[in-house]
Design a protein around this ligand. Structure first.
Ligand code: IMP
Ligand code: MG
Length: 177
């Protein structure tokens, strides 16, 4: 794709190699028991499908829709569940699959919601982490890449619903962001 606003930050091959590594690590860390992968829609679904296929064990897959209300690209702290899970989490090892941890507001809220459903364990796997932007503390067990404070798109991440199907993670240089 030749879009003058896009600059490749993490090429596809690097993403694929890191996701395979993460899949193997997670499989080793959860050798037995019911492991539920909870994909946060929509951005994390590309990461979820590659990560799940890199795992050497059975997993349950479920989806959750979340909307955050905020000005521009910053979450305000108000989070709403727009699509809930289909499968009970009681007694299960739960891994929340997220595309990116930015302010931490979304995951901070979500962990409270999911903890009430009595999972045996609850951890997070995020493809990307922007630690500089954190407003709420969140303990992210598995991180694919730490990135600087740039707005990125691709591999699931969007800007106004665009660019999700890029196979690389790209920085979006936009004057109106
Ligand atoms: P948080 O609550 O601020 O951590 O927001 C996390 C959510 O904000 C992610 O799931 C993304 O949907 C969105 N987000 C944060 N940073 C970016 C980015 O650089 N590009 C695209 N979406 C982003
Ligand atoms: Mg998201």
């Amino acid at each position: 794709m030749t879009d003058p606003n896009l600059r490749v930050l993490i090429p596809s091959e690097k993403i694929q190699a890191r996701v395979r590594e993460m899949g193997e690590q997670i499989s080793n860390d959860y050798p037995a028991g019911n492991l539920h992968l909870i994909c946060i829609l929509k951005g994390a679904c590309f990461f979820l499908t590659d990560l799940a296929r890199a795992m050497k064990r059975d997993v349950f897959v479920d989806f959750m829709g979340i909307s955050t209300y905020g000005k521009g690209k910053t979450s305000s702290g108000e989070v709403k569940v727009t699509k809930d899970l289909d499968i009970s989490l009681e007694g299960a090892d739960v891994l929340v699959i997220e595309d990116i941890v930015d302010s931490g507001v979304t995951l901070n809220y979500l962990l409270h919601v999911l903890q009430q459903r009595k999972p045996r364990s609850l951890q997070i796997a995020a493809l990307l982490d922007k630690p500089e932007r954190r407003l709420r503390a969140v303990d992210v067990r598995y991180v694919g890449f730490q990135i600087p404070d740039d707005f990125v798109v691709g591999y699931g991440l969007d800007h106004a619903e665009k660019y999700r199907n890029l196979d690389a993670i790209c920085v979006l240089d936009h004057t109106d962001l």
